[in-house]
Design a protein around this ligand. Structure first.
Ligand code: AMP
Length: 187
């Protein structure tokens, strides 16, 4: 089961993805986490990614594909994966299809987490205060929401035509949202 969690920044993909990966016993591929680690470690890839992240822009596809190619092709991913914050562009989605097809697999489910924009802004600005995420400033938050609308939201229609999309309400408490997610996966 290869599941994609799709939703705007602040919709809870990270929280729900970690829980789901634990429950299913499969790895979670979270490109945002991988990129933050690369920036932290000062790797060449991290250096390349940093200025995009700070501006709320997407890191170019070739960098992202370099980052996840091996992970997705690895035997650890053979039993399925949870993709959180990836793919984020049509180009990345096409690459995912190819990488999975290369080992006879495909995308099984796409869960879209819906949260109203004012709630997203409130959550992200709260997260900036709590976790000190440098890309959670008011200006960057607005930029990231616009980037989501322009570049990532079109993936919903792409997977929708394949019948893979299940939408869930991402408001309320974490256990409540988790229950909706579990139900959507079985649907
Ligand atoms: P996230 O934690 O998933 O919200 O990601 C934080 C930032 O990392 C994003 O605003 C982007 O700059 C970058 N990023 C994470 N995942 C991707 C991706 N799949 N494609 C392009 N950029 C990404």
């Amino acid at each position: 089961m290869n599941t994609i969690l799709l939703g705007p920044p602040g919709s809870g993909k990270g929280t729900q993805g970690a829980r789901l990966a634990g429950r299913l016993g499969v790895p979670k591929i979270a490109t945002g986490d991988l990129l933050r680690a690369a920036v932290q470690n000062g790797t060449p890839l991290g250096t390349q990614a940093k200025s995009f992240m700070e501006r709320g822009l997407l890191v170019p596809d070739d960098v992202i594909l370099g980052l996840i190619g091996e992970v997705l092709a690895s035997s650890a991913a053979a039993g399925g994966v949870i993709m959180d914050g990836f793919p984020r562009t049509i180009g990345q989605a096409e690459a995912v299809d190819e990488m999975l097809a290369a080992r006879g697999a495909d995308v099984t489910r796409v869960i879209v987490i819906d949260v109203p924009e004012d709630e997203l802004i409130r959550r992200m600005l709260g997260r900036a205060a709590e976790e000190g995420r440098s890309d959670d400033t008011p200006e960057t938050v607005r930029k990231r929401l616009a980037v989501y609308r322009d570049q990532t939201a079109p993936l919903i229609a792409r997977y929708g035509t394949k019948g893979l999309v299940r939408r869930i309400d991402g408001t309320g408490g974490i256990p409540e949202i988790a229950a909706r997610l579990d139900e959507a996966l079985d649907r």
